[in-house]
Design a protein around this ligand. Structure first.
Ligand code: PLP
Length: 396
């Protein structure tokens, strides 16, 4: 008998709809196909001098060309890592250790990979400014400019927020940083391959990306580091990745990342318009529920992101009831959903703690259909109504 999870909808013929693509995505069939030989006959270590090694090295360098091309970078400016978290850590701590001291500017709505790294550096004596955001989640470029001090070494502001989808004005922020001699890093894990990015036009010095958010495998990512910028490696060892990140390269993962990035770049417009259409239907359908509102900007948001609040309910209960109907969604970021603290992003955009608990994030993917959206907009109103009846917050 196959094991069945307590709330798993699989195996009993129930319809399953995945709308949590901001947490992770399924590996695309073409990506898996591209990766497969690198687990078996092409298993070489990219540092080895023999044919097996050269084969792996060639795959690695071709992947570097593909991935750098998506953001207008040069291949030798890409450092492969174990994912978005490591890329953020390497960028921020790498610059901090290179400079030794100084001040860092970030925002209150960054991913924890950025926030916790900044907090740790703060304990180690660095100055950190956590910029506020407005109601829609926008960081003001003027606030960035005003926060710059003589000793500012780095600004790290995300491109698109993982919870509310807001796309930050990073081109303007990059310009300000460049004019003031401050390095600019952006966490583009949610936007890479979904929204056009040009590291030169946008004055980006460092950029984090991750494969598993765009139909690639988990555990592989990249950090773009503009040529000439000195970062102190956080993994020391054999001097891989031009000394910036030691460790035998995850060749199969990197090949998968490149294939996923190529497909994302090729189909960017098609995927975005498909997701935007579904997004519009979802928002319209969900807003018909009384006391419901959209978080984040209605237009300047990721094409696949919907984040709504239903006042008077617990997001966690909503997720569980949706799961029982076969719908996979999230309350906010997957990383913080185990804690009882409300989302730091929703608090930063000014929501009351009790409202921030009633949030639902639906993140669409290329395989979602209008039928999926219909199913969700038909299922959610009843669940919300029932939860409101039993809510400890009462009806509001
Ligand atoms: C998912 C995510 C990360 C972490 O990436 P991993 O590859 O899962 O470590 C960092 N930043 C943002 C904005 C994310 O959405």
């Amino acid at each position: 008998m196959p094991q069945r999870g307590a709330r798993s909808a699989s195996g009993d013929g129930m319809r399953r709809i995945y709308m949590d693509h901001a947490a992770t995505t399924p590996v695309d069939a073409e990506v898996l196909k591209a990766m497969r030989p690198y687990f078996s006959e092409k298993f070489g270590n990219a540092s080895s001098l023999h044919g097996f090694g050269q084969e792996a090295r060639k795959a690695l360098e071709n992947s570097r060309i593909t991935i750098s091309g998506v953001i207008g970078a040069q291949p030798d400016e890409m450092v492969f890592t174990s994912g978005g978290t490591e890329s953020d850590n390497l960028a921020i701590r790498g610059v901090a250790m290179s400079k030794g001291r100084g001040h860092i500017i970030t925002s209150r709505i960054e991913h924890h990979a950025v926030l916790h790294t900044c907090q740790q550096l703060e304990k180690a004596g660095f100055g950190v400014t956590y910029l506020p955001v407005d109601r829609n989640g926008f960081v003001s470029p003027l606030d960035v400019e005003n926060a710059i001090r003589k000793d500012t070494i780095l600004a790290t502001i995300m491109h698109a927020n993982n919870e509310i989808g807001t796309i930050e004005p990073i081109g303007e922020i990059g310009r300000i940083c460049r004019d003031n001699g401050v390095l600019f890093h952006t966490d583009a894990v949610q936007s890479f391959g979904k929204v056009p990015i040009d590291v030169n036009k946008m004055n980006i010095d460092m950029l984090s990306a991750s494969a598993h958010k765009l139909y690639g495998p988990k555990g592989v990512g990249a950090l773009y580091v503009r040529s000439g910028i000195d970062i102190v490696p956080q993994n020391t060892g054999g001097g891989h990745e031009k000394g910036k990140r030691s460790g035998t390269e995850n060749v199969a993962g990197i090949v998968g990342f490149a294939k996923a990035a190529l497909l994302a770049a090729e189909h960017m417009e098609k995927r975005a318009s498909h997701e935007k259409r579904l997004r519009g239907m979802l928002i319209k359908g969900l807003k018909e529920i009384p006391n419901t509102w959209l978080n984040g900007h209605p237009e300047k948001r990721l094409p696949n992101n919907v984040n709504v609040c239903f006042s008077g309910i617990e997001g966690e209960s909503l997720i569980i009831h949706m799961d029982m109907k076969g719908i996979a969604a999230s309350t906010g970021s997957a990383c913080s959903s185990k804690s009882l603290e409300p989302s730091h992003v929703l608090v930063a955009i000014g929501l009351k703690h009790k409202d921030a608990h009633g949030s639902l994030r639906l993140s669409l993917g290329k395989e979602n259909t209008m039928d999926d959206v219909r199913y969700v907009t038909e299922a959610v109103p009843g669940i919300v109504e029932n939860l409101r009846k039993i809510s400890p917050f009462g009806r509001s």
